[in-house]
Design a protein around this ligand. Structure first.
Ligand SMILES: Cc1ncc(COP(=O)(O)O)c(C=O)c1O
Length: 450
């Protein structure tokens, strides 16, 4: 319902006052929490309130996120949470990393967005730095604001370069939810309502290089040429699924043999998450296109990119606005990206992820032996770890038990009975140990209830 100008201004003034840090009494906080829940239900999407099982089942669905630092989050009432979710992969450098915050604040003082007509220095600088840290001859970047758009761009670049239309993706793969990227989605419930998608896509079991080769052969036999193969180095939303060591090298070899492009979706695995700077570094594989997102913005700004070789990029040169976007590569995001890269390298976040990931998987293995009826398996690489439960309901119980104990985790998008552990890569060991203590407490409680 349309309100009067005065009524709207009353609302915006009140909200901006709160953003500005006005002190709230406990009663005011409670009332603001109730108002936020109502706004979610009436004006956002009421499904979202009940969807968040961990929080809902813990009876604290009205926890309102207010602030954070490093690996800690606080809600409006001051309740504290150890962040083992990492914003679904954006907080690899932790929440509000001072170096990233400073870079963004410095640029904000100067100019927040850009005219789009003059040259944007930090876009150029970030592209240059990325060329120096990405595998092989990857060199040219295009910047956007989320992973989905990076995949979308990669699809367009692949089609432009190969003049082919057929893609191969993997069952369980997650690459975004726009019409193009959704066409590569390896989970039925997200795809089905929007069938048929845009691409001709064939799906193979993830990690099965024989199946991948058969698909190439089948297509060749009927004159269908594959444009590109899109793969995550470790499947994140499927629950930290690690492929056998031959999978990526074979995928590389097959793409080269059949003239297809290998597109590595490093949106979740990149920037050290799996224990190497890039997931493909585990096998020394060089993709033709790499998509990055999430933590490349340092947990402060939305930023993503697709990156390719100069030779492939040639098709984007004659008409450089054949693909364009208003906000992509804006100065705030690029400042954040430059700082995020510096933090990742200076603090050796990949090395930290490798050590802590091994520790966590070892400890989770011990918990699995102790509580086999609760924890079915734990898998992953670095700090991209999935805990698999025998049933979805047990997973919800564990997530809500952890939430009650002040640990934030969440399910994965593609596999309901898997909960992710995806903390900041620099999370202190003591906090990880504390999380494990609370996890064991929770397992004990859930096992008793069974
Ligand atoms: C591997 C992968 N690709 C693509 C995406 C989509 O990214 P976004 O949600 O930023 O659009 C995600 C998001 O979870 C992802 O994990």
């Amino acid at each position: 319902m349309r309100l009067s100008t005065d009524e709207v201004l009353q609302q915006t003034r009140r909200y901006l006052d709160l953003i500005g840090g006005r002190h709230l009494s406990t009663a005011e906080k409670q009332s603001f929490i109730a108002e936020t829940v109502e706004s979610y239900e009436r004006y956002y999407n009421r499904g979202f309130i009940s969807y968040r099982k961990a929080v809902t089942e813990a009876g604290q669905f009205a926890a309102l996120e207010w602030s954070g630092e490093g690996s800690m989050l606080w809600d409006l009432l001051g309740r504290e949470y150890i962040d083992c979710l990492g914003g679904f992969g954006i907080f690899s450098a932790g929440v509000n990393h001072p170096k990233v915050m400073k870079a963004v604040a410095d640029q904000m003082q100067r100019m927040a967005l850009n005219s789009q007509e003059l040259l944007e220095p930090w876009r150029a600088a970030l592209a240059r730095v990325l060329a120096g840290i990405t595998p092989g001859e990857l060199q040219n970047s295009f910047f956007i604001n989320n992973g989905t758009d990076a995949i979308e761009g990669a699809i367009k670049l692949t089609r432009l370069f190969t003049r082919r239309n057929t893609f191969i993706s993997a069952i369980g793969g997650f690459h975004g939810k726009s019409m193009g990227s959704l066409s590569l989605m390896g989970k039925a419930s997200f795809r089905e309502p929007f069938e048929a998608g845009l691409q001709d896509v064939r799906f193979v079991p993830y990690g099965d290089s024989e199946a991948l080769e058969s698909e190439f052969r089948r297509c060749e036999a009927v004159g269908v040429q594959i444009a590109g193969v899109v793969l995550e180095p470790v499947q994140g939303e499927a629950g930290g699924v690690v492929p056998p060591p031959d999978f990526f090298p074979r995928a590389r070899e097959l793409c080269t043999r059949y003239g297809a492009l290998l597109i590595a979706d490093e949106i979740q695995t990149g920037m050290g998450r799996t224990g190497k700077l890039w997931g493909v570094d585990h096998w020394n594989v060089v993709p033709d296109i790499m998509c990055v997102g999430k933590s490349i913005g340092g947990g402060v700004m939305p930023l993503s990119a697709f990156i390719s070789t100069a030779a492939i990029w040639e098709v984007m040169v004659p008409n450089p606005i054949i693909h364009s976007t208003t906000f992509g590569g804006n100065p705030l995001a690029c400042a954040a990206g430059l700082a995020a890269i510096e933090v990742t390298l200076e603090e050796d976040l990949p090395g930290q992820a490798a050590i802590k990931g091994e520790f966590l998987l070892r400890e989770l293995g011990c918990l699995q032996e102790k509580y086999p009826s609760v924890l079915k398996a734990a898998q992953g690489k670095g700090l991209l770890i999935g805990m698999e439960f025998p049933q979805q309901e047990i997973g919800w119980k564990v997530a809500s038990g952890l939430f009650r104990r002040g640990v934030l985790v969440a399910g994965t998008y593609s596999k309901a009975q898997v909960i992710r552990i995806e903390p900041a890569l620099g999370i202190p060991m003591e906090l990880l140990q504390e999380m494990l203590n609370r996890l064991e407490d929770t397992f004990r409680e859930v096992a008793k209830e069974m």
